[in-house]
Write a protein that binds this ligand. Structure first.
Ligand SMILES: NC(=O)c1ccc[n+]([C@@H]2O[C@H](COP(=O)([O-])OP(=O)(O)OC[C@H]3O[C@@H](n4cnc5c(N)ncnc54)[C@H](OP(=O)(O)O)[C@@H]3O)[C@@H](O)[C@H]2O)c1
Length: 303
């Protein structure tokens, strides 16, 4: 097997790398040597010619896992063209190459394709309606992929990703917990956190799955996050509780914390489909947060 993972320096890319190299998530027919991790130095998604060059000059793959993306939600409002190139046009190009070369593609998308105005957790067939540039470009990527690659691809929408790598909400809270005594956190945006290691494990489960490996499977969208629907305020409070940091968190409204990009109100997603098709256990957010904070503190990455 030859499995390409893009975004090797990102949260998800690094979490897949960690699992592939340290534990039993890969099956007996696979080894860590089957995985090729690339960053923008090897495969620059902002450049059409870099993408073509990479695939023209490397051996055929069996699976591509696209973890690379333009993920700066606020900055995307200014860098519309770059976000669109990486999240939309590059995805279309990857899908077209994968389709031509009969390579399976797993692509990661976001809960921010939804407007957050629903009254129950979103299912995969609900109509997306992104309210910021990041969400719009991610949705364009999903749509282009589905047109170019109607078979043999999987789109996984995830939400509120954190890990022991890079900057994320959990590492930011832990750092601020050292620098300040109190903090205002938005309490009227609801969603579900996702520990990147859990998503990485889910992706490795999927590529082991017999049905996924069969040829000519219709392209599908799945939702995946940890279990539980909370606000950023509740998330922050639990982070300080687990880390045993005595810290005052004050709830505020979105209106009191304006950002360049609008945020959806409630993007909780229903995960029944992925759980049923791939026998995935979606883990409780607090349980995963405990593991995540333990790993973050052990790696000392939030200093
Ligand atoms: N983070 C979240 O809260 C969240 C929520 C929902 C969905 N998602 C989705 O989940 C996936 C993984 O997110 P993540 O949190 O792991 O993202 P991340 O930590 O921001 O990593 C993204 C990676 O993409 C790479 N990248 C950016 N521009 C590139 C380019 N031009 N060419 C090649 N690589 C490029 C970055 O490279 P450098 O390291 O060199 O910058 C980085 O390694 C993404 O599809 C994201 O949209 C994330």
């Amino acid at each position: 097997m030859r499995i390409l993972v893009t975004g090797k320096n990102g949260q998800l890319g690094r979490s897949i790398h960690k699992l592939v190299n340290t534990d039993s998530k890969i099956d007996n027919n696979q080894s860590s040597d089957d995985f090729i991790f690339v960053g923008r130095e090897e495969l620059d998604l902002s450049s059409e010619s870099s993408i073509s060059h990479y695939f023209d000059n490397n051996d055929k793959l069996d699976i591509i896992i696209n973890c690379a993306a333009y993920t700066q939600v606020d900055k995307a409002e200014q860098e519309v063209e770059l976000a669109n190139q990486i999240n939309h046009l590059a995805v279309k190009q990857l899908a077209s190459i994968a389709n031509k070369q009969q390579v399976k593609l797993i692509h990661i998308s976001t809960d921010y394709v939804f407007d957050g105005e629903g009254d129950k957790p979103y299912i995969e067939t609900d109509i997306p309606n992104p309210i910021n540039i990041y969400g719009k470009t991610k949705l364009s990527g999903e749509k282009a992929l589905q047109v170019v690659m109607p078979m043999n691809a999987i789109i996984i929408r995830t939400s509120w990703l954190y890990s022991e790598y890079g900057n994320n909400f959990v590492s930011t809270m832990l750092r601020l917990g050292k620098e300040r005594n109190e903090l205002n956190v938005v309490s009227d945006q609801i969603g579900s956190p996702t520990y990147a290691t859990d998503l990485a494990g889910t992706i490795l489960e999927i590529i082991k799955n017999k049905e996924f490996r069969e040829e000519d499977q219709a392209t599908q969208i799945y939702h995946y996050s940890n279990e539980g629907e909370i606000s950023w305020y509740e998330f922050a409070k639990e982070i300080f509780k687990i880390a045993k940091i005595d810290f005052k968190v004050n709830p505020i409204t979105t209106q009191q914390y304006p950002t360049p990009a609008k945020r959806p109100r409630n993007t909780s997603m229903n995960k029944d489909k992925i759980a049923e098709i791939f026998s995935i256990d979606t883990l409780d957010w607090k349980e995963s947060l405990n593991k995540g904070i333990y790993c973050l503190i052990a790696s000392n990455k939030y200093n």
